[in-house]
Design a protein around this ligand. Structure first.
Ligand SMILES: [Cu+2]
Length: 192
């Protein structure tokens, strides 16, 4: 387990840099007809930050789930229930934004995928039943999996942040989204 620490710490660092590129939250006027998705986790900062080797990988003051409990639940159930998108299914009118509201203590991504798959934090993939990474989530570097850079369909939402996902470019239909860090975090979005 411990050799995984290094790649995760690097991921956490690059995420902090990438989040600076994320989109601005739209004005009040543009929010009319918006839908909101809450992004939740329950990371315990002392435990997660020690494990991940970064002082701000988890910034949730009252987070209760230790890294040991997180891994135990993941291995038992292929997911960690407190890490989720709410709602996980929603409908929105074409052109309205989806406001991504990160209430958790970690960075999460909201990434459009053709098929659900694993993310760029390799040690979370097999235990969650997603051995094959989603190609929209990862690039393959010398050291293993690396995050794909942010884009309008690969939105990085840092802890406490709100970002807008723009549906203006989407035709009516059904679209799949996942977190590229925690692959069991999924959303099915229907554009009307
Ligand atoms: Cu996540």
């Amino acid at each position: 387990m411990w050799h995984k620490k290094v790649s995760i710490a690097l991921s956490a660092g690059s995420l902090a840099a990438l989040s600076a590129l994320a989109f601005a939250v739209p004005t009040e006027a543009a929010r009319q007809g918006a839908q909101r998705i809450k992004i939740n986790d329950d990371c315990n900062p002392a435990s997660f930050n020690q494990f991940l080797g970064s002082p701000d990988a988890c910034v949730k003051k009252n987070g209760k789930t230790t890294i040991e409990a997180f891994i135990a639940e993941l291995q038992a159930t292929q997911k960690v229930a407190a890490w989720n998108f709410k709602p996980s299914m929603l409908k929105i009118k074409e052109g309205r934004p989806v406001i991504l509201d990160n209430r958790g203590g970690e960075t999460h991504t909201f990434t459009m995928v053709d098929h659900f798959g694993g993310g760029f934090v390799e040690f979370l993939n097999a235990p969650s039943g997603n051995p094959v990474p989603a190609e929209e989530c990862v690039t393959h570097g010398a050291g293993g999996l690396l995050p794909k850079p942010p884009s309008p369909v690969n939105v990085f939402v840092s802890a406490g942040a709100r970002e807008a996902f723009d549906t203006a470019h989407l035709m009516p239909g059904t679209y799949l989204f996942q977190c590229c860090i925690h692959p069991w975090m999924r959303v099915v979005l229907t554009v009307k």
